[in-house]
Design a protein around this ligand. Structure first.
Ligand code: ZN
Ligand code: ZN
Length: 108
């Protein structure tokens, strides 16, 4: 059993290595929000790579959403499984569609 030490933030004695439970939770929450910002820039990169890879294979071609596949130079990527449902910011979770199909998908 480790000896109690003062919490880094509130100085209350705790057996946690750095912060007491409530300060640790607050710290994680702060860190979580900055991690999400980090994922945002990752996502743009991953999406850009997915669109570039799609172009190499298919050219300027949109697979279509509720419309037949068609050519488009305005391609963009979207999450297959949304982040809100546990989807990841990884290339295998990127669906490439044109911007019009992408917004149709979001509005449906
Ligand atoms: Zn504390
Ligand atoms: Zn389209």
């Amino acid at each position: 059993m480790p000896r109690p030490r003062p919490c880094l933030e509130c100085r209350r004695l705790t057996r946690n290595p750095s912060r007491c439970d409530s300060c640790a939770a607050a710290f994680e929450a702060r860190r979580g929000s900055s991690t999400q910002r980090g994922l945002g820039s990752d996502w743009r990169k991953v999406r850009g790579q997915a669109v570039a890879a799609h172009r190499q294979v298919y050219g300027d071609w949109c697979p279509g959403y509720q419309v037949p596949a068609h050519t488009s130079t305005d391609l963009t990527g979207d999450h297959i499984t949304p982040r809100s449902k546990g989807g990841t910011n990884t290339p295998d979770n990127v669906a490439v569609l044109c911007r019009a199909c992408n917004s149709r998908k979001h509005n449906s």
